[in-house]
Design a protein around this ligand. Structure first.
Ligand code: PEP
Ligand code: MN
Length: 465
């Protein structure tokens, strides 16, 4: 991530409906469209001053980096690379600590090594990190013991604590989200550029995690990699390329006031980039073609993802392509399917077939989490590891059957030893939720389950070649 192309100063030209935001034709058209899942801010003055401040703050990512990512994703769409995208369902301000961020980055690096080694493919590493603060909810309210308050919508909107004060929609939280994203990204950049991600430290990334079957399997693989590196070193190979890792940031582009305020006009190309993250996706609940989210994201240059659930028709997919990727630009559009283990083998083939027949080349990624959420008998939102794995297998089977490329994995995971998803080789049971459940939103794979998943996917990808 070395191409630091700075964006132009926001132009004070006519048209911006938000003071300070860079004007660009069409960039505010979404304001006239129906929009789902937005907050009702409690104080309009705080909203105006927060958006104004955000609009003048430095970009979190740079246009040149975004362009690099687009070219990497284009490789994946052609079957020459694989995307690994992982992180919390909802990041929180409180958990943005060095320990937790580094554990997550290390886990993603470990998963990527397992995938690269097993599949012999370059792996694009991307966090659901440094900005994953806004959550769509199925209900506006939450009731506990007869008390009803606004639902938690992510730390960028309100607090998780169940009090009227905390659940108020407070626009100044957008500024805290920005600054938390900035410090998270700063640490990620230090880790991945400052020597820690050097492949020669492959053993180090396993340190501090408790021993378990996936851990030992990883140790064995790390030894093999060590041997290969030593062999290459003896042959005089130059290892400059192993020292640093490209790591990209992504989140759901849900809160459009925030995304719009961080959109800047790139000085090289004169086009808008949403500088809140390299990659942004549109959620299953906000992918309506005629509504605000699709319109806004159709106008920024970042690579865009769209979540596709089991009700997606081939026509929906084709119309999304037409709107979000009219020029059929390689790497621009990623479809992240989240069908559920019981649906994927039935629903995915038709979608992939019709999209492929249209001539479009999108990147197909599996999100095996969101179609497999259940409530445990003791009342926790959870997922069975077996269902998650079954959806991944189904995804690979469908693509293998059609001769298309299963290009990526999107998971909710953490580097911590939490108990939120059931099962795995060192099984988590529902009793463990009582002390080990930390997520404020959806359940995540813990460190062991994440590594186990990586080994399974590496096996499937290896067979796919
Ligand atoms: C998510 O990724 O956390 C999410 C809400 O996903 P989806 O839009 O697929 O439901
Ligand atoms: Mn989620």
């Amino acid at each position: 991530m070395t191409d630091l192309t700075f964006p132009a100063t926001p132009a004070p030209a006519a048209g911006p409906s938000v003071p300070g935001a860079a004007f660009y034709p069409g960039l505010d058209d979404w304001r006239e469209l129906p929009i789902a899942q937005q907050p009702t801010w409690s104080d309009p003055d705080v909203f105006s001053s927060s958006v104004k401040e955000l609009s003048a703050l430095p970009p979190l990512v740079f246009a040149g980096e975004v362009d690099v990512l687009r070219s990497r994703l284009a490789q994946a769409a052609q079957g020459k690379a694989f995307l690994l995208q992982g992180g919390d369902c909802a990041e929180t301000f409180e958990a943005a600590t060095a320990d937790r961020i580094s554990a997550r980055v290390k886990t993603i690096l470990q998963m990527a090594v397992v995938l690269t080694y097993g599949a012999q493919l370059p792996v694009i590493k991307m966090g659901r990190m440094a900005g994953q603060f806004a959550k769509p909810r199925s209900s506006n309210d939450e009731t506990r013991d007869g008390v009803t308050l606004p639902a938690y919508r992510g730390d960028i909107v309100n607090g998780f604590e169940f009090t009227p004060e905390s659940r108020k929609h407070d626009a100044s939280r957008m500024l805290r989200a920005y600054h938390t994203s900035a410090s998270t990204l700063n640490l990620i950049r230090a880790f991945t550029q400052g020597g820690f991600a050097d492949l020669r430290l492959v053993h180090e990334w396993n340190r501090g995690f408790t021993s378990n079957p996936a851990h030992s399997r990883y140790e064995k693989l790390a030894k093999d990699i060590d041997r290969a590196i030593k062999f290459m070193a003896s042959c005089g190979a130059d290892f400059e390329a192993l020292k640093t890792v490209e790591f990209f940031a992504s989140h759901e582009a849900l809160l459009l006031d925030y995304e719009r305020a961080l959109t800047r006009i790139d000085s090289r190309t004169g086009t808008p980039y949403d500088t809140s993250a390299h990659f942004l996706w549109i959620g299953e609940r906000t992918r309506d073609l005629d509504q605000a989210h699709v319109d806004f994201l159709s106008r920024v240059r970042n690579p865009i993802g769209v979540k596709l659930g089991p009700t997606t028709s081939p026509d929906d997919a084709l119309r999304l392509i037409e709107k979000l990727d009219p020029n059929r630009e390689p790497g621009r559009l990623t479809f992240i399917t989240r069908m559920g283990a019981s649906n994927i083998r039935e629903k995915l083939p038709n979608l992939v077939e019709k999209v492929t027949a249209s001539g479009a080349q999108v990147l197909w990624v599996t999100d095996p989490m969101h179609g497999n959420t259940v409530t445990s008998p003791n009342g926790y939102k959870t997922r069975n590891f077996d269902d998650v794995i079954d959806e991944v297998r189904g995804f690979f089977e469908v693509h293998q059957g059609l001769g298309t490329f299963p290009g990526g994995l999107h998971v909710e995971m953490t580097g911590d030893d939490v108990a939120e998803c059931l099962g795995g080789a060192d099984p988590v049971d529902q009793e463990a939720f009582l002390t080990g459940y930390e997520s404020v939103c959806d359940p995540r794979l813990n460190h062991k389950q994440s590594l186990e998943m990586a080994f399974l996917v590496a096996g499937a990808l290896g067979q796919n070649k």
